[in-house]
Design a protein around this ligand. Structure first.
Ligand code: N0T
Length: 521
């Protein structure tokens, strides 16, 4: 028992979320913190030996945070016998490499399934029953309708949080916790186990009805439509209030998944109040509930999750599909902070990182299966993180004042136009310049960047593959770049390098970062 025999007092500067102006910030040791992260593949953190060569690799990619699983089955191999070795190893190794952790609680659910439940749970179907499909066939998914399922998971999660309080309450290595992973119902939109069937005939719970009333003007439109179609009823069963059909089955299921997860999060926070989020496997447009993992924290049931889970701070999307902006827009509705625990580790991910932090005030960005990167694959995100790390203090200061803008530039995308202070900026992909070396390439690695306004006539630009022009918002005037410097921040201090006032800034007409290059100017 390395830690934990004696609980240490928790100091007042725990990682926490604060609303600052239009955005939410994650404060770590009192300062805004941006998770420049990578999520480990599912099995990496189950072996400390396997992880040893991984840590230096992640350090070389300039990650400041590793997102790593905690596996219920390995943490509580026998009921009531807890083993925190893997957690303590993560804490030790993260600290050795000056990194923070986001921990993933692989408890009752992992990608819908209950594969990380301990064997003593999996093999006791009587005590720990599963969801059933519409033919009564049990699935490998613990049912949220069974209180003993909840109790077992909650007990373990509380043990984990108590352990973190004792082992990390002073050092704040763990900055946030994800509760469960990609919760979802399959292969039907709701469960048909006996308890689920009974619950389905019950009235809609009062907190959801109250939420509907209170938030009626700000409900997400696709959810409001379902409620209004039935006459915006304020009492009745699930089918009275939302109508008969798959949409209602999913809403019902979302409520129960969310209430279960909320109970776990709330109990965990009572032990050690870290920020907590849940993540969603995004659905494919047009697919019916039951075909995709349904009832997780998806955009169309966000309201249900918000109503049922006040202990959950953030609903987070996992990106494995192409339309980045579309889903970011859906997940930032109603002030939900954007936290990206997973994004496919592919070409263009670096540009998306700049865009997410600049445009959406994103709290966390994290390619998935980060340990699998070779130098080539990791280089772009490593470069982006190196620069974003330097920019973090500036970002943290100027974000709350609305003085940051971001953009994403793809081959077929229109220019991105935005206003900062007295200027209207236009960002284009650098390959749109006919004389750019990459202009004739068939495939364009996406470009992206962000701009911070630090004074009326002074801006910092960071990014890749971009060209930025500016014009005054006032009519009848012109603007040019007086001087452009490339440089780095060292210990928070700007150290200029090259003066870029020739071809590099097109003789004062633009700011440019060539495709596949990265810089702060
Ligand atoms: C993710 C990861 C891991 C339109 C997949 C993604 C991780 C989990 N699931 O490697 O399993 O633990 O959170 C689901 C992707 C769905 C694809 C949809 C394409």
């Amino acid at each position: 028992l390395a830690f934990g025999a004696r609980a240490q007092p928790v100091d007042g500067s725990l990682p926490r979320l604060v609303k600052t102006g239009p955005s939410t910030q994650l404060l770590v040791d009192g300062k805004p913190y941006f998770v420049l992260g990578g999520e480990l593949g599912n099995s990496a953190a189950s072996s400390t030996a396997y992880m040893q060569p991984v840590w230096p690799k992640l350090k070389a990619l300039h990650l400041n945070t590793v997102i790593a699983p905690v596996y219920w089955e390995l943490m509580e191999p026998q009921e009531g016998k807890f083993d925190f070795t893997l957690v303590d190893d993560l804490l030790r190794d993260a600290r050795r490499h000056q990194m923070k952790l986001v921990l993933l609680w692989f408890g009752s659910w992992k990608n819908s399934m209950s594969c990380y439940a301990p064997a003593w749970v999996k093999t006791d179907l009587k005590r720990f029953p599963r969801v059933e499909d519409d033919k009564g066939v049990p699935q490998e998914i613990m049912t949220p309708f069974e209180p003993r399922n909840l109790e077992a998971d909650k007990k373990a999660f509380v043990q984990l949080l108590q352990h973190l309080r004792a082992a990390d309450g002073q050092q704040h290595t763990v900055v946030t916790v994800q509760v469960e992973n990609e919760i979802g119902m399959l292969p039907t939109a709701r469960s048909y186990d006996a308890r689920a069937n009974a619950a389905f005939k019950q009235p809609v719970p009062a907190p959801l009805l109250t939420y509907l009333q209170r938030e009626k003007k700000s409900l997400k439109p696709e959810f409001a439509a379902i409620w209004q179609r039935q006459g915006a009823k304020t009492k009745g069963t699930w089918e009275d209030v939302f109508g008969k059909g798959l949409a209602t089955d999913e809403i019902f299921m979302a409520w129960h998944f969310a209430a279960y997860t909320n109970a776990i999060a709330a109990a965990g926070k009572a032990a050690y109040p870290l920020p907590m989020y849940v993540n969603a496997a995004l659905n494919r447009p047009g697919w019916l509930p039951g075909r995709y993992p349904s009832a997780g924290p998806l955009p169309h049931v966000m309201d249900v999750w918000l109503a049922a889970s006040p202990a959950i701070d953030i609903l987070a999307p996992d990106f494995y599909n192409p339309d980045f902006k579309h889903w970011c827009d859906l997940y930032t509705r109603g002030g939900n902070p954007l936290f990206i625990p997973e994004i496919r580790f592919e070409d263009g991910v670096a540009a998306k990182a700049f865009y997410a932090f600049g445009h959406y005030n994103c709290l966390a960005f994290s390619p998935f299966a980060i340990e699998g990167s070779d130098t080539l694959k990791g280089a772009p995100i490593g470069k982006a993180y190196e620069l974003l790390q330097q920019m973090s203090p500036l970002l943290g200061r100027h974000q709350p004042k609305g003085q940051v803008q971001g953009f994403l530039l793809q081959k077929d995308s229109a220019a991105s136009v935005f206003t900062l202070g007295d200027y209207r900026f236009t960002a284009r992909h650098e390959y749109t310049l006919g004389w750019s070396l990459g202009a004739k390439k068939p495939d364009w690695t996406p470009g992206g960047g962000l701009v911070v306004a630090v004074a009326p006539d002074e801006f910092y630009v960071v990014g890749t593959g971009l060209v930025l022009t500016a014009e005054p918002t006032a009519a009848g005037k012109r603007a040019g770049y007086l001087s452009v410097d490339e440089g780095v921040f060292e210990g928070g201090k700007w150290v200029p390098g090259r003066r870029m006032n020739g071809d590099q800034d097109h003789q004062g007409r633009h700011v440019r970062v060539p495709g596949d290059e990265y810089s702060i100017q």
